[in-house]
Write a protein of this length. Structure first.
Length: 217
């Protein structure tokens, strides 16, 4: 192992993980991009949200979401178990606090697929730890096509989601980065680029100062 590697190993416990947030109007592709990132990168974990929404076909409890009823969700809010929470399309969604804190403490990064309300709450609580990306669809027509192609929501749900597109889009400027998800490979490469650059931020490499001191000896 080289000197930088040794310093990195010695200081690895003190590196705080970063919180990478992906938001977009429903159907723009953030779940697709998230899943790909999780497959591609072993140093980032997904924050698994709790929701009162019913599972879609193929969704697995504990993998995609923790599916809970309204009473359980309310109890989690009351007991301050959620780092952030919001109502989206008539259902409640929230981020369990404990797994996030555990990952951050051990220096692992965490990926969040949450809406603009949750992103605002994370920014208020931990701005230094957050890097946020807003994913844009190439057009509204394509967004609707993707929602239909996903074929997991009924017509009423798709209509409700399309009605909210304008409101969701209006929050794009609150994000650190904006990525157009036209060609998936290119959008994914851009997500990777953001993550790489955010990991290189000085305050996320606490071992660097001792390494540089060594260089100066
Ligand atoms: P979101 O999580 O933002 O609601 P999804 O990731 O579920 O969106 O994507 C919605 C649908 O669009 C899925 O069927 C997905 O396979 C498809 N999709 C995602 N990105 C692209 C892309 N760049 N080009 C074409 N289809 C895409
Ligand atoms: P879906 O029902 O399509 O899985 O998600 C609907 C919306 O809820 C998406 O915009 C998604 O990012 C958001 N969402 C999912 N989990 C959370 C969460 O824990 N908190 C917040 N604030 N939004 C969430």
């Amino acid at each position: 192992m080289n000197e930088a590697g040794k310093d990195k190993q010695a200081a690895s416990v003190t590196r705080r993980g970063l919180m990478l947030v992906l938001s977009s109007p429903s159907g723009a592709g953030k779940t697709t991009l998230s899943r790909r990132l999780l497959q591609d990168d072993r140093d980032i974990d997904l924050s698994i949200s709790v929701t009162t929404r019913k599972p879609r076909p193929g969704e697995i409890d504990g993998h995609d979401y923790r599916f809970v009823d309204a009473a359980k969700f309310a109890a989690m809010v009351k007991n301050d178990e959620l780092l952030e929470y919001a109502e989206v399309f008539g259902n409640r969604y929230g981020t369990p606090r404990e797994p996030v804190m555990a990952s951050l403490k051990t220096g692992r990064d965490i990926l969040f697929d949450i809406d603009w309300q949750g992103t605002q709450q994370l920014n208020e609580k931990a701005r230094e730890d957050v890097a946020s990306i807003f994913v844009l669809p190439p057009s509204i027509v394509e967004l609707e096509r993707r929602l239909r192609m996903r074929a997991q929501d009924d017509e009423d749900v798709i209509r409700k989601r399309m009605e909210k597109v304008g409101e969701e889009l209006s929050h794009w400027a609150e994000y650190d980065y904006v990525i157009l998800n036209d060609a998936l490979d290119r959008a994914f490469a851009q997500v990777r680029t953001v993550l790489t650059a955010e990991r290189l931020k000085r305050h996320r490499q606490p071992w660097i100062s001792s390494f540089v001191r060594g260089l100066n000896k």
